[in-house]
Write a protein that binds this ligand. Structure first.
Ligand SMILES: Nc1ncnc2c1ncn2[C@@H]1O[C@H](COP(=O)(O)OP(=O)(O)OP(=O)(O)O)[C@@H](O)[C@H]1O
Ligand SMILES: [Mg+2]
Length: 423
């Protein structure tokens, strides 16, 4: 069973925060730079708007202290231009102004994208605190973005993994469907030209019929059609099962008795099953308050088919000696379903892979490797567990434990959580 990956979150190497100070007044530049150096920051001083933008462009600036009034390009314009660049939209900016407090100016500077607005003369302590707080916020923001990126990358990796498998699984039947259709088209052209020849004269028809060996063509058509249908069915099955992997599809959530689900599944499969094994049913009520009947049907069907195939694969044993046992029961607040078989069993070395999508030991055309992955997913959504107990050469038991009321299950509906499957 594949667990979740832990992405180590590597913090960027710690360095002194670098603060850009922009003021046309050299004395103030010197003073603020000194304050900052004293607080342990690296100060970079420039005396005009264009010089500030050029320095920010070079990169590595963590915060900007910006004079509002400067000749040429004023601080508001510098700030607007910073914010206009998407990647700088979160760079902290503190405005400094020598004017009396003016509400309109303050509003304008905040509107331009400034985070703080300070009046000169500057209180060294207040400046230091504002710088520290803004840098802290910016760091938290960066970490948050990093986490979001990691989560996104993880999701993409998952989608990529499934997509690659799906592409492969679908490509195979699709390529023989296409090649069969190409052959059928050729055969159709042959048969059509023979028909046309018959319309001219029976002799011409017979001659062309034997020349084109229509006997062989006709004998070929049926198996080709059959194989093409099977290929199409296989693609459809893959697509259908894949739907389970996407959330939010239309499912009726209702009260469901697992015993009923088993009965209706066996209705469809019992005849085939009993050709390979004795079927033992021990079905006590196992009511689930909020579950999807169709999903549970899918789970039981996958487990029953697996059991049947495991028994079939152990051909040395005569069918009469095999048993498939299906049990349902309620234990306290847990509904339990178990399906046992006396089939081939699972080698220890493969046990951890059983629930991975597309893991199969069955030949092409028999298994797609989605059955147990679907089971694990459905069980996970219901907040339950699925266990496998197997001895190679003796048989296997799958046991599902589902909380009667899935709404109160701690693990239910956890997006992206690994299915709770134990092998
Ligand atoms: N009852 C069982 N006995 C022995 N091996 C099993 C049993 N159930 C599952 N397995 C093993 O686990 C593998 C994965 O099972 P899963 O149901 O996911 O896929 P599959 O049966 O191969 O294909 P699919 O179910 O998509 O048609 C099987 O190929 C088989 O090797
Ligand atoms: Mg299966």
């Amino acid at each position: 069973m594949k667990g979740r990956y832990d992405f180590p979150l590597v913090s960027p190497p710690t360095r002194q925060a670098r603060v850009l100070v922009v003021d046309d007044d050299r004395a103030i530049l010197g003073l603020i730079s000194q304050y900052l150096a004293h607080e342990g920051y690296e100060a970079v001083a420039v005396d005009s708007g264009p010089a500030a933008l050029a320095r920010i462009d070079e990169g590595g600036i963590d915060l900007v202290i910006l004079d509002v009034r400067m000749p040429g390009m004023d601080g508001l314009e510098v700030c607007r231009r910073i914010r206009a660049q998407g990647h700088l939209s979160r760079l902290p900016v503190i405005f400094l102004t020598a004017d009396q407090h003016d509400e309109l100016k303050e509003a304008l500077s905040l509107e331009a994208g400034g985070n703080e607005y300070l009046l000169k003369p500057i209180s060294r302590r207040v400046l230091a605190l504002r710088v520290r707080n803004l840098l802290k916020l910016a760091n938290a923001d960066r970490e948050h973005q990093l986490m979001a990126q990691v989560a996104h990358a993880e999701k993409l990796a998952g989608i990529g993994q499934v997509a690659a498998g799906v592409a492969h699984e679908i490509n195979n039947p699709l390529s023989f469907i296409l090649s069969n259709v190409a052959s059928l088209r050729g055969y159709f052209a042959d048969v059509k030209s023979v028909l046309e020849a018959y319309h001219q004269s029976p002799e011409a028809g017979r001659a062309l019929e034997s020349e084109l060996r229509i006997d062989g063509v006709l004998a070929d058509i049926e198996p080709l059609l059959e194989e093409t249908m099977q290929g199409g069915e296989r693609v459809r099955r893959i697509v259908q099962e894949l739907k389970t992997f996407s959330r939010g599809e239309d499912e009726t959530i209702e009260e469901v008795d697992l015993a009923d689900v088993v009965r209706s599944t066996l209705l469809l499969t019992e005849r085939e099953l009993t050709a390979y094994a004795r079927l033992v049913k021990d079905l006590a009520p196992a009511q689930l308050e909020h579950a999807s009947r169709s999903r549970l049907h899918q789970v039981v069907l996958n487990l029953v088919v697996n059991a049947m195939q495991a028994v079939q694969a152990r051909t040395l044993q005569p069918p009469a000696r095999h048993t498939i046992t299906v049990c349902t029961r309620t234990e306290g607040h847990t509904a339990v379903l178990s399906i046992s078989d006396t089939g081939v069993g699972v080698p220890e070395s493969l046990r951890h892979r059983l629930f991975q999508p597309f893991f199969t030991t069955k030949p092409v055309g028999v298994g797609t490797g989605l059955g147990l992955a679907v089971c694990a997913l459905v069980v996970q959504r219901l907040g339950g567990t699925i266990d496998v107990d197997s001895t190679e050469g003796e048989g296997t038991t799958f046991t599902l434990r589902l909380p009667v009321d899935a709404r109160h299950a701690p693990e239910a509906q956890l997006p992206g959580a690994a299915p709770v499957a134990r092998a």
